[in-house]
Design a protein around this ligand. Structure first.
Ligand SMILES: [Zn+2]
Length: 379
């Protein structure tokens, strides 16, 4: 009987705390948002999906509990970097202590007694002990952060003209064991999650960076050094990494590896391990993708010698205007690895952009009920 009660409490707390809760009886401060029409629309639309997802979170039990702390860090990190988006500001600005309008009489009194910040006016019974009260406040903070994060995310998707895909599932606690250059075509998981991997690194679209930032998309970049150094160079990928992306190995000069000797292959692969470590800092990459997906026994031996755990291939390729599946007519599936490339309008061939490519992937994901996961959380 514990879980239904908890779920109900979570719902009640969410109803009281969700940033959109006051939207109907309080006018939105348009000046806070820049574009009043968009801000109003986002807030109104955000309340529905956000509330629905949060309901799922309350009922989901241990799985979502694992996810909550990470998401809170995520949310606070994002707040620190980008400033609080409009939904959060509405909540903070729109709820002075004891603001009254249509609220139950007990709520302001409880808020005064607890001297709680205005954004969490909890109606706690006097019979609740300090420990339970502290627990309730912690739970309330977690749920409020979760709800705020969902609302920001929904609003951002709408700004880009997209329906949000389902929330990213919590990554596995124990990852499948990949060591010694294991070849991976499909990530072993039953979660409805797909992975976006982008190769080479020649073209570096600022719009794509903004989109990845707004929509919180984890991107794995397999970089070939002679392409990654072009233009703004590795600095572009360092910015992507700050946004949750990762950089992995795609050789120094993008050769057709089976045509090379073992020593030459090893130089290509180990050389790029060193380059990435020098440019990106931190430990060396763990994942390798051979150019053209072409490899032989020497490639795997060299990748092992260079310390790589997995050789990651793919199951479909995203373009600016379509997704090509390896089996025609196929759909996304759990653990699908999507390949695409850092291209510009000229190299896509149809004038499309990186943003168009990402939009196509996210539309397919939302339609078919998949989230975009972080590859390194699963391998
Ligand atoms: Zn490539």
């Amino acid at each position: 009987m514990t879980r239904p009660v908890l779920a109900f409490s979570a719902l009640a707390l969410l109803a009281a705390l969700a940033p959109g809760a006051g939207a109907t009886d309080e006018p939105t401060p348009a000046s806070a948002a820049g574009d009043p029409a968009q801000a109003d629309g986002s807030a109104a639309e955000g309340a529905g999906p956000g509330a629905a997802t949060a309901t799922g979170a309350g009922a989901a039990g241990p799985r979502e509990d694992r996810a909550a702390p990470g998401e809170r860090e995520d949310a606070s990190r994002r707040d620190g970097r980008t400033g609080a988006p409009s939904a959060t500001r509405h909540r903070d600005d729109g709820r002075p202590p004891g603001h009254g309008g249509g609220e139950p009489a007990a709520r302001p009194r409880a808020a005064d007694r607890l001297a709680a910040p205005a954004r969490r006016p909890l109606a706690l019974s006097a019979a609740v002990g300090p420990a339970a009260r502290a627990r309730a406040l912690t739970t309330a903070d977690t749920l409020a952060a979760h709800a705020a994060r969902i609302q920001r995310r929904v609003a951002a998707y709408h700004r880009w003209g997209l329906q949000p895909p389902p929330p990213r599932p919590a990554p596995p606690v124990v990852k499948p064991r990949v060591r010694g250059a294991t070849v991976v075509r499909r990530v072993p998981t039953d979660d409805r999650v797909v992975f976006l991997t982008i190769d080479d690194g020649a073209r570096k679209s600022p719009e794509f960076l903004r989109m990845v930032d707004d929509l919180d998309i984890p991107v794995t970049s397999f970089l070939a050094d002679d392409e990654a150094v072009l233009g703004p160079g590795y600095g572009y990928f360092r910015r992507l990494e700050i946004l949750g992306g990762t950089v992995q190995n795609h050789t120094l000069t993008h050769p057709y590896l089976p045509a090379l000797s073992y020593r030459e292959q090893r130089r290509e692969i180990c050389g790029q391990q060193d380059r990435i470590q020098k440019e990106m800092g931190g430990p060396q990459p763990r994942l390798f993708r051979p150019p053209y997906g072409a490899y032989d026994r020497d490639t795997l031996r060299a990748a092992r010698a260079c310390g790589l755990d997995a050789v990651v291939l793919w199951g479909m390729e995203a373009w600016a205007d379509r997704i090509d599946f390896q089996e025609p007519g196929a759909d996304l599936y759990p653990g699908a690895v999507i390949l695409t490339h850092y291209r510009g309008p000229a190299s896509w061939g149809d004038g499309g952009t990186m943003a168009d490519m990402l939009r196509g992937v996210l539309e397919a994901a939302a339609e078919q009920g998949y989230a975009v996961g972080r590859l390194e959380d699963y391998l």
